[in-house]
Write a protein that binds this ligand. Structure first.
Ligand code: G6P
Ligand code: MG
Length: 217
């Protein structure tokens, strides 16, 4: 039997969610806008444009299109400086084991990320070759919670949406997976990701037997 396994990147495969947070926080501070960790949960999985729109809305700020573009560029520069010397040490625990289980079992694997930096990061941590398809922020027009990114990923690995399983750390991403009619597996806290079909703190809690049970379902 075959299932399509679709992985989000930031906060699922690598711990870059903290760098996105730091970069946005820095930028918000410069605009005199404060946002909490709770509000940050709403930025996870959300595109760069949409994230800045949300931050500006929280701070009740309107800015020119020019300023908007320049702030987005600034955020990305800051973010890129954080990930500049990233290597495979930043792969989250047991991600390689789960990928190996899937590859050994001939299961198709795709990346479904909102990030335009996804390919760069996969190369840095030396995981690019493990994916049969990579769909990222350069390939989609609608941001999560829209299911577009996962639907394209499913198509690229020739799997029906209902035969796909999505690993996600974000509220928006779990919603996107659910809307796409896929099985959603939340990576993080149950309090935040209660709308997922399953929730685990991290991949160390996901056994090979559980993976096999998903494939047999
Ligand atoms: C991921 C992250 C978000 C980020 C988005 C766009 O989904 O979880 O925090 O805003 O990608 O990333 P980018 O690297 O293109 O700014
Ligand atoms: Mg994520």
């Amino acid at each position: 039997k075959k299932k399509g396994f679709i992985f989000d990147l930031d906060g699922v495969i690598v711990d870059t969610a903290k760098y996105h947070f730091l970069a946005w926080q820095q930028l918000a501070k410069g605009l005199d806008i404060n946002f909490t960790e709770e509000e940050n949960e709403q930025l996870k999985g959300v595109s760069r444009v949409r994230s800045l729109e949300k931050i500006l809305a929280w701070g009740n700020k309107t800015i020119s299109q020019e300023m908007f573009e320049s702030l987005m560029a600034k955020k990305n520069e800051e973010y890129l400086s954080y990930i500049a010397d990233m290597d495979s040490e930043e792969i989250l625990p047991d991600v390689p084991r789960v990928l190996k289980t899937l590859i050994d079992g001939n299961q198709p694997i795709a990346l479904g990320s909102a990030s335009k930096n996804a390919r760069t990061i996969l190369e840095r941590v030396n995981l690019k070759s493990q994916f049969d398809a990579i769909v990222d922020g350069n390939d989609v027009s609608k941001a999560k919670p829209d299911p577009e990114v996962f639907l394209i990923a499913a198509q690229q690995i020739n799997m029906k949406p209902e035969d796909c399983i999505v690993f996600e750390d974000s509220v928006a991403g779990v919603e996107a997976a659910n809307t796409a009619n896929m099985i959603s597996i939340g990576i993080g806290s149950k309090d935040v990701l209660g709308h997922a079909n399953y929730v685990f703190n991290d991949f160390t809690e996901i056994s090979d037997d559980f993976i096999k049970s998903l494939i047999e379902k």
